[in-house]
Each structure stands twice: as C-alpha cells, then as structure tokens.
Write a protein that binds this ligand. Sequence first.
Ligand SMILES: C[S@@+](CC[C@H](N)C(=O)[O-])C[C@H]1O[C@@H](n2cnc3c(N)ncnc32)[C@H](O)[C@@H]1O
Length: 456
Amino acid sequence: MGLAKKHIQELKSQDIGAFLQENTVNNAYIMGLLENLGRLPSSFNGDWLVKLLDNENSGIRFLAVKNLGKLKNDCFLSVLNNVAINDSDTNVRREAVSAIGRLRKLNSKEILFNKLKDEDPKVVCQAIRGLLVFKGMEEVDKQLKPLLNHQNEMVRQVIRKEYFSSKETNNPQKHTESYDYLKNIVVHGDTIETMKLLKDESVHLTFTSPPYYNARDYSIYPSYKYYLEFLRNVFQEVYRITKEGRFLLLNTSPVIVPRVSRSHSSKRYPIPFDIHHYLMEMGWEFIDDIIWEKPEASVKNRIGGFQQHRKPLGYKPNTVTEYIFVYRKSTEKLLDWNIHQYDDETVKESKITGEFDTTNVWNIDPCFDKVHSAVFPIELCKRVIQYYSYKNDLIFDPFGGSGTVGRTAKTLGRYFFLTEKDEKYFSYMKSKFSFELGDDCPAKFMSFNDFKGTIV
Ligand SMILES: C[S@@+](CC[C@H](N)C(=O)[O-])C[C@H]1O[C@@H](n2cnc3c(N)ncnc32)[C@H](O)[C@@H]1O
C-alpha cells in the first residue's frame, strides 16, 4: 500500500526531518515518501534529504538525490558532487550528475567538465546533457567537441548530433512520396542489378525473405561465405534506396544442409546471426527481433529419433520459429520526425484498429503453395506492412517469389516494387495478380531492360 497523498501533503508542510527523527519508520515508508513527494517549493528544507545520502539502501540514496535535484539550489552543489564522486552505486552517481546538470548554474560547469572523464558512459552522457545548456560558450564547446572521438558509441552519437550533423538531406523528393515508375512494378531480373538503377531514398519499407542457403533448388551458392557476401551486397543497396529513418524487416532462420552420407553429419547454418553483423556494419540500426511461431504439427519432425532412444546429445527439437529482425536506416532524427511528415488524414487512415500484437512472438500458420516452396503467409505480410508503413508508402521486396508482399501491400492501400530473377516464379506471380477494371495503378510486369527504359 502506498502512502496516502493527504499524509504526504501534510508532511510537506511540516519539518519532515523532525518527523522522521521522532517516529520509527522503515525503509519502505521512506521510499514511499521520497517517491511521492512530487513538486517541491524552492523554500523547502532539504537538509533531511542530505542525511539520507548516507543510508545503506541505494534506492533511498537515489531518491534522496533526485529530490535534492528538484530544489535547484546550488547550496547542495558540493554535496551532490561528493555523491557523484564517492557513491558506490553507479545509478546514484548518475542521478547526482543529472541533478547537478539540472541546476543550470554556471558554477556547476567545472564539476561537469570533470565528469566528462568518468568511466561510466552514462555519467558522461548526463554531464554532457548538463553542459549542453551552455552550448555556444567557447570553453564548453571546447570540452564537448573532442568527445566525437570518445570510445563509447552513445557519447559519440550525442556529440555528432549536437555539433557535427548536416541537418538537411539532399533528397529532392518529399519523404512521403515515391517515384511513379516504381509504383506497383515487378521486375524480372537480378535484384542488385535492378536496385542499382534506383535513386537514393526511393522506398519506405523493405520486407523480405532471402533465398535459404542451398536448401531449395532456387538457392544454390558455391559457398556459405559467397552467400553471405551476396546478401551483404543486397542489403547494402537496400540501405541506399531506403528513405531516411525507415525500416527493413528481414525474415530468416537457420537452415540445415543435409549430410553427404551416413558417415557425415548435416550442417546447420545460423543465417540470421551471421548476416546481422554485416547489417550493423553498414549502418542499419537494430530495433527488434520478432519471433514467428508456427504450430508444431506444421513443421518437419526432427524429435522422433530422440523420442525413442532418449539419449543425451541426440536431442533435436522441432523448429517452430523463424526470425523477423527489424532494422532502421540510421538517422539522427527521431521516429516522431518520420511520423510528422504525414498529413493528419494519412495518419488517421493508417492507424491500426482492433487487436494487435502486444509481444514479439507472433503465432501465425505457415502457408503452403504448390508452385513456390517458401511463400509468406498473407497474415504475416499484413502485420508487417500495417505496423511499419503508412498508406501510399512504397513497399519493396527484393526477393519477390510468388509476390505475397506486393499483393498484400496493394490490398492495404500501399504501393509495391518487387524483383524476382527466376522466370518460373515471375510468371507464377503474374498469374496470381488480379487485374481489375478501374484500378488506377495496376501491377506491371517488366523485363529488366524495359524497366531500365522507364527510369527518369
Ligand atoms: C524465399 S523466396 C521468397 C518468397 C516470397 N516471400 C513469397 O512470399 O512468395 C526467395 C525468392 O528470391 C528469388 N531470388 C533469388 N535470388 C535472387 C536475385 N538475385 N534477384 C532476385 N530474386 C532472387 C528466388 O527465385 C525466390 O523466388
């Protein structure tokens, strides 16, 4: 039970220090009190808070510092500095630096300069935050700018954004728009060659499932290294053609390449984990790992042997999951910037209504197709497109297959652009699209050369 608001209001108007001395209260009571003090008038006597800085409970020390910070009184500067240097708990130290920063007093500058050398990067970030209030003062800028070479990535990012960012992109197109020659187009050709024809920042969202390494007839590569290099080149181009701050959702899972004979073992390739570091290196920012879970009855049975012999080491669980890793093209802009590019009507029309996934585990039945052996379930495409794009956005799938991403995008009021190199699947995809009278942007299927001729 929390402390009653009325009780706390009463306490605030009296001498809390004296009250605490006269009454025996436990730590939970003190914590409750500190958590619920709310706004404090500058006349508030914080001396009893200073006494709590010696409490053995780090939670109490943390909250005491936080409340001292609210007083914005520089008579507590040296006490807070003492905590920032000596407290044994790093959260308490950070909070003390944050409180010093929030004082916004010129005489706290020197203390904050010292904190820039702290070994905890979060303390350094708090000190930077406090000092940025004085951004533009020569001595402050002189201390902050060199942190562009700091060993911690968060510190570097803050300094880059504050001092070295080029605010304007040179993209001539509005963020929400896309080129007409890409809308509802399927190109029969190699995806990398096709992407090379596209301008920077052409697509809003990419959702794709690359060929499984040597596990299907359409996906034969000379070596795993070659395969990963191929994917690296694909996603490097996807990065270039993705609009600022927009997403790539990559569906992969480890694959097994069967054994050569009974005297050899099969090999399992951890594709999602191997491709991940390439993506990070080229600038994609990791956002989420979504697990697509299928019913056990729908997947290959691997556990049968173990079920009979039950011998350790021979355990092979049925694989009921695939990964959908979510990446964002790096930018200094917040997601809010992306969202604010859209007009109110588009935002309203794109809102997700009704039920939605509240966890990163999505239960969806797989889809089986008589022509293509690895098609997306429409339900999966629906969720991805609705969660990660707005109406009229351009959705790209470099590995089009049977065209599920394209068809779903169209039904959801988005445009699509697909590439597929296999003649059989390209024709199959064409047969699956319905062409309706009155459709002002029907799907167009083109050879690589025809598409090349349309680019303006
Ligand atoms: C896993 S399937 C994608 C299936 C698709 N998600 C669907 O719902 O139908 C991968 C597809 O990529 C195609 N592909 C492989 N290499 C390609 C390349 N270099 N350029 C374009 N498409 C390619 C394959 O022919 C295959 O149809």
